[in-house]
Design a protein around this ligand. Structure first.
Ligand code: SAH
Length: 335
């Protein structure tokens, strides 16, 4: 890339588009649905209960944003077929995925179902909607700003190096935070657009969205951009498309911009999964294994739920039409 410094979000968008289209991301990192089938099954059960709370609309859109290998949706759909046949008949599967190669993998994972793909969430068809998104928002491009002399410098990438230039200034709730001289803030404009769109859509046409991702539960202002390659951290500003670039999801900021819906969470993923019976489900699965072979399943569940592992760093937040009851797993609206 020539032409001088590139704004960080543009670099990240370009790098991730190349990365997801040309590499197998799951060689570099793993995700909750790849760790345990119980993850997708629990989210499938969550969707079925929410659908009943919506008054069992038929048809209903069951959508997933950033479905990776399609594992989460395949596990969710299988569970729904077993325990909620009316929901299985009513639902229409829609996936939001930009990568042509991952679309093929998803098609294979969901081969026995009819699926429609979309480039963007905004092109989902009209109607009541239940949307799931695990580790989708963390892949969306961020802008970074540094407080300097009472103003802002913006992070750019110039031939693999950082350049901090006077350009724009942060927008959204994060911009209102007190940032000390030399401190950073990050803003993910596309994540804010996704949440704003979901709020308008769910408020208007009904339904709920469940967003799961890693990020702090309280407002922060650090540099959280990270790159993974072959399972190990590497330089995020290295050659575009060779590593997976992500950043912590600023759930408090997303919560602040939500309007016209009820917002639940962000709550720790471990508490959410345990409230929905993760360990009961795992024990049942482990009992169906040959003697001595259920241990791996139990270990996988601990990896998802234990506070020192994925249970606390990962958060869950739900956006629901105001008429819906508190969805499964959540205690009540946060203050
Ligand atoms: N949810 C999956 C995969 C997470 S990886 C899991 O839990 O295993 C991120 C996913 O989001 C990939 O499928 C990637 O191709 C997709 N993605 C990344 N940026 C996107 C964008 N701007 N629009 C749509 N999908 C995107």
């Amino acid at each position: 890339m020539t032409g001088g410094p590139e704004r960080l979000d543009r670099f990240m968008a370009r790098a991730n588009a190349i990365y997801y289209a040309t590499r197998d991301p799951f060689a570099d990192f793993t995700t909750a649905p790849e760790i345990s089938q119980a993850f997708g099954e629990i989210l499938g059960a969550w969707a079925a209960v929410v659908w009943q709370g919506m008054g069992c609309p038929d048809p209903v859109i069951l959508a997933e944003a950033g479905p990776g290998r399609g594992t989460l949706m395949a596990d969710a759909r299988r569970l729904i077929g077993k325990v909620a046949p009316d929901f299985a008949k009513a639902l229409r599967l829609h996936l939001i995925e930009t990568s042509p190669s991952l679309r093929k993998v998803q098609q294979a994972a969901l081969a026995s179902h009819e699926v429609s793909w979309h480039e963007r969430i905004e092109s989902l068809p009209d109607g009541p909607l239940i949307l799931l998104a695990n580790e989708f928002l963390d892949a969306l491009p961020i802008r970074q700003f540094r407080r300097e002399g009472g103003g802002w410098l913006e992070h750019h990438v110039d031939q693999g190096r950082s350049a901090w230039l006077e350009e724009g200034s942060p927008s959204g709730p994060a911009a209102l935070r007190a940032v000390p001289e030399g401190g950073h803030i990050e803003v993910c404009e596309p994540a804010m657009e996704v949440v704003s769109w979901l709020c308008a859509r769910l408020g208007d046409q009904g339904g709920a969205a469940l967003l799961l991702d890693y990020g702090p539960g309280a407002a922060g202002h650090g540099d959280t951009l990270q790159a993974l390659r072959d399972g190990a951290p590497c330089d995020p500003l290295g050659p575009a498309g060779e590593a997976d670039l992500t950043a912590h999801v600023d759930f408090p900021a997303l919560r602040d911009i939500a309007s016209g819906v009820r917002v639940f969470g962000p709550m720790p993923q471990g508490r959410f999964l345990e409230a929905l019976g993760l360990f009961a489900r795992i024990e049942r699965l482990a009992r169906s294994q040959p003697p001595g072979q259920g241990g791996g399943l139990v270990e996988a569940a601990h990896r998802l739920a234990d506070p020192a592992r994925m249970g606390t760093l990962f958060k869950v937040m739900a956006l629901c039409h105001p008429s819906l009851a508190t969805p499964p797993g959540f205690e009540d609206d946060n203050p």
